[in-house]
Design a protein around this ligand. Structure first.
Ligand SMILES: [Zn+2]
Length: 268
């Protein structure tokens, strides 16, 4: 865990490094709908789990540099005003859904709830893509609501952020998935090596060895000032401790090895 990392200063330098090295930024919707992508390129996905004020500040930091990214809002972090503001800044607004977990794995109820929430979001924003919220303390995984005839096309959606974007850090054709979960980017890119700190990620961009990146950035994990920094680190320490306990519980309670759910739980 990198205690002094993940400040807005680091984030600004990360964005500048991408721009200086000619990365093209794509929103998730742009990325999945384009047949061809410019190299190098980067997709930045934000899960707004909490702390909308920090997400808003981040949205402005990006827009100030002419960068558009994708922000996924939960029902608890979404509001018509915020959606309008983010779209106005040029960002994509998406739905960070958790309906399967909230309905305790009731498939029918999850779809009813999902449809209702999506309709509500769509009254205020153009929702084309969605992304599952990870709930490590629940035995259910939100991605499990998609199977059989229940696909995302049922809802006129363009993409599901996990199912529609194929990532791999050992295949240069595919974007490398890099996430800030746990205050450590924790990725090894085949031609570059280990990426742990934001400075490592910047060095990777400057090295010319990772031309395709898919970043998950949780605004709520980043701090704008020293007081927030202390708060964030304390919260992350507690969250990681909780996840370790939950992982043990999952291992005992769930024998079916659903790899994508496991990957998701580890990532979000
Ligand atoms: Zn989330």
């Amino acid at each position: 865990m990198n205690v002094s990392d993940f400040t807005f200063d680091h984030y600004g330098r990360l964005l500048d490094a991408a721009l200086d090295n000619d990365y093209t930024f794509y929103t998730v919707e742009e990325y999945v709908t384009r047949a061809e992508h410019d190299d190098p390129h980067i997709v930045v996905r934000h899960d707004v789990d909490r702390k909308v004020a920090t997400a808003r500040a981040m949205a402005h930091v990006e827009a100030g540099r002419g960068i558009s990214t994708t922000y996924y809002f939960r029902t608890s972090t979404f509001s018509p005003e915020v959606a309008a503001e983010f779209e106005e800044l040029g960002h994509e607004v998406g739905y960070h859904y958790e309906d399967f977990v909230k309905t305790r794995g009731d498939f029918e109820a999850a779809h009813e709830r999902f449809a209702r929430n999506l309709d509500e979001f769509r009254e205020h924003a153009d929702i084309a893509t969605i992304c599952p919220h990870g709930s490590p303390l629940s035995p259910h995984h939100n991605l499990d609501m998609w199977h059989g005839e229940y696909g995302i096309d049922r809802y006129d959606l363009t993409a599901e952020a996990y199912l529609s974007v194929d990532t791999a850090s050992d295949d240069p054709e595919k974007p490398s998935y890099v996430s800030d979960t746990g205050r450590d980017w924790a990725t090894t890119i085949a031609d570059f090596g280990r990426i742990s700190t934001t400075d490592d990620l910047i060095a990777a961009m400057e090295s010319g060895t990772c031309d395709r990146l898919y970043l998950l950035v949780h605004p709520g994990r980043w701090s704008r000032n020293p007081a927030e920094q202390v708060q964030r680190v304390a919260w992350d320490v507690a969250a990681e401790a909780g996840k370790s306990v939950a992982k043990g519980a999952h291992a005992l309670g769930r024998s079916s090895g659903d790899w994508i759910s496991r990957a998701m739980r580890d990532r979000v």
